[in-house]
Design a protein around this ligand. Structure first.
Ligand SMILES: C[S@@+](CC[C@H](N)C(=O)[O-])C[C@H]1O[C@@H](n2cnc3c(N)ncnc32)[C@H](O)[C@@H]1O
Length: 282
């Protein structure tokens, strides 16, 4: 096992994943010990895994609204051996027909009785083999991404899963809306907010990760949550696209820009480096 593999990092590909921005974010991260770490839009957890190794926080709270994703974190934390074994079976059987059979399991009413590990293995398997690692469900909650074109997808990376499992020991996990963070976080806590981004142009749609939309109303509510956390004495950091709405909502706070390459972007003309913002209350 290489030193790199021993280090914890995201075990999923996720829309809006922050791995590529960590170096630019680093100057903004806390340097001294703090109380809790809160990440209420956890996604693939790039920032969490990056900061976890530093041991600056006494407690970690990861949450988000995608229940399948949160369950997957629970399985990695609590049942990593079983999960790896199940993923090896998926790896051995992977084919086009197998992909669609696994993808369509959620169309079957018996799927609600599937175990935590079974669901988590399905999510990881689909994430590694579907088009662009996209997680998209239709209005009925059915995963509907076609198979990706990978010659030899890496379905199980044991070292990475084990490192993630170690990093997740003792971490609090919850399926909940970002607004709940106000009830939990207080003075001396650090909160990192990474919502689905405000679209760059009016023609681009707000992203839909789950059945629930995240539109202008949610962004306005999030700005109120940011201000409330600030009032409570939390240190707050937020990522978003650089749009007039972002700058209006956070005009009372410090706004820094970073430069990002977007991997998952519907408008191919927008691939390449674009400027994004980081909002800070410190
Ligand atoms: C931009 S992604 C976060 C990416 C993450 N920072 C990473 O590095 O992978 C936003 C996440 O917020 C979640 N989400 C969407 N609406 C939410 C809500 N109302 N409350 C909490 N989480 C939500 C989505 O499921 C998605 O995983």
């Amino acid at each position: 096992m290489s030193a790199h593999e021993n280090q914890a990092g995201p075990f999923l590909k996720w829309a809006g994943g922050k791995s590529q921005l960590l170096a630019q974010y680093d100057p903004f991260f806390p340097r001294e010990p703090m109380r809790g770490y809160f990440e209420p839009f956890v996604g693939s957890g790039a920032v969490f895994f990056h900061l976890r190794g530093r041991g600056l926080f006494s407690t970690y709270y990861l949450s988000e609204t995608n229940e399948e994703l949160l369950n997957c974190y629970r399985a990695v934390r609590d049942h990593v051996d079983e999960l790896i074994a199940r993923l090896r079976e998926h790896q051995a059987r992977h084919s086009r027909d197998y992909y669609y059979a696994i993808r369509n399991l959620d169309r079957n009413s018996a799927w609600i009785h599937a175990s935590l590990v079974e669901r988590a293995a399905r999510l990881i398997y689909l994430n590694k083999t579907c088009y662009n690692g996209l997680w998209r469900v239709n209005r009925r909650g059915h995963f509907n991404v076609p198979m990706g074109r990978y010659k030899n997808p890496e379905i199980v990376n044991e070292a990475r899963l084990r490192a993630a499992s170690r990093a997740l020991q003792g971490v609090h996990l919850a399926v909940e809306d970002f607004e709940q963070v106000i009830r939990r976080a207080g003075r001396g806590d650090f909160v990192y907010l990474d919502p689905p981004y405000i679209p760059l142009s009016e023609t681009a749609n707000f992203t839909s990760y789950t059945q629930d939309e995240f539109g202008e109303y949610e962004h306005r509510k999030l700005a109120l949550v940011f201000a409330e956390l600030d009032r409570k004495g939390c240190r707050v950091m937020l990522s978003n696209s650089d749009t007039p709405l972002t700058r209006e909502l956070y005009r009372n706070f410090r706004i820094e820009t970073v430069s990002a390459r977007r991997a998952i972007n519907s408008a191919s003309t927008r691939r390449g480096a674009i400027s994004e913002v980081v909002v800070l209350n410190y």
